[in-house]
Design a protein around this ligand. Sequence first.
Ligand SMILES: NC(=O)c1ccc[n+]([C@@H]2O[C@H](COP(=O)([O-])OP(=O)(O)OC[C@H]3O[C@@H](n4cnc5c(N)ncnc54)[C@H](OP(=O)(O)O)[C@@H]3O)[C@@H](O)[C@H]2O)c1
Length: 271
Amino acid sequence: MTEVPPYGVVVVTGATGGLGHVIVDGLIDDGHIVIAQFHTDAIGAQALRVAAEQKGGTCIPVQAELSTSAGAEAFVDAVAALLRKNESWRLRGLINNAALVLGPGFGSTTADLFDRYVAVNVRAPFLLTQALSSLMEDGSSIVNISSAGVTFSSPGDIIYVMTKAALEALTRHAAEPLARRGIRINAVVAGFTDNGHPGYKFAKVRDHLGAFAALGGIAEPEVISDAVRFLLSPASRRSTGSLLDVSGGSTLGVPRPGGSVRDLAQNHPSA
Ligand SMILES: NC(=O)c1ccc[n+]([C@@H]2O[C@H](COP(=O)([O-])OP(=O)(O)OC[C@H]3O[C@@H](n4cnc5c(N)ncnc54)[C@H](OP(=O)(O)O)[C@@H]3O)[C@@H](O)[C@H]2O)c1
């Protein structure tokens, strides 16, 4: 029988994604058993299982389609079945990390795309939070992965950032009912973070994206993983309904290349 680690079982969605697999790795290091939801990447899911085993940990991949409510419900059923099968396991956490990322823009959005983004990025986290919290131990922790893009003008990613704003609203407004059982819910606000996308290899892209952060540069995925680990741990025991901003100050509205309004005004031909 698997021994129950200090923090028990944590469900991670989008576990094979660029940030998801690093989040899983960190949670395994902390002694959690991870139920890792994956969508299309069965090979990546198997790799998560093997990597956990090599560290003496446990990661159970579960395939799920989160763009439909039936898919989200089937995933909840699969988690519940795993908890029934392993009586000593205790559900202590949920990381809503899966998302359709970036795009579509203001002009190119269709009703179908709109519905799909909302389904994966908002409805699924809501349904999972609602259903899985009822299976959780009192005192558990839920973490939603949001984006600094919510705070600056992003017309090219308008639907994506609208869904992240809704996820932040879920974080705030679910905190009170969950607090009755001591369950905390918080969001991590990520800035541009290297998720292995080929674009991050190009210096020009890194320079452009790095200019959004007051601290400069692109985050490595461990920045998000460390924030998740903190929000799952007792060190954050008085935090709920909050946003943990690890965007390097991308939410501060620092002047982009081209200068401040004053610089622009001084350099304007009419000045
Ligand atoms: N990387 C950044 O710069 C950044 C910045 C701010 C916030 N974030 C947030 O960080 C989180 C992780 O993003 P990432 O950078 O790791 O992106 P990613 O590599 O594209 O990961 C997204 C994950 O979501 C899964 N997913 C997408 N559609 C799904 C569906 N219909 N059903 C189930 N799963 C689905 C994907 O699985 P498939 O690939 O198999 O479809 C993938 O595993 C997201 O919430 C994102 O919004 C990222």
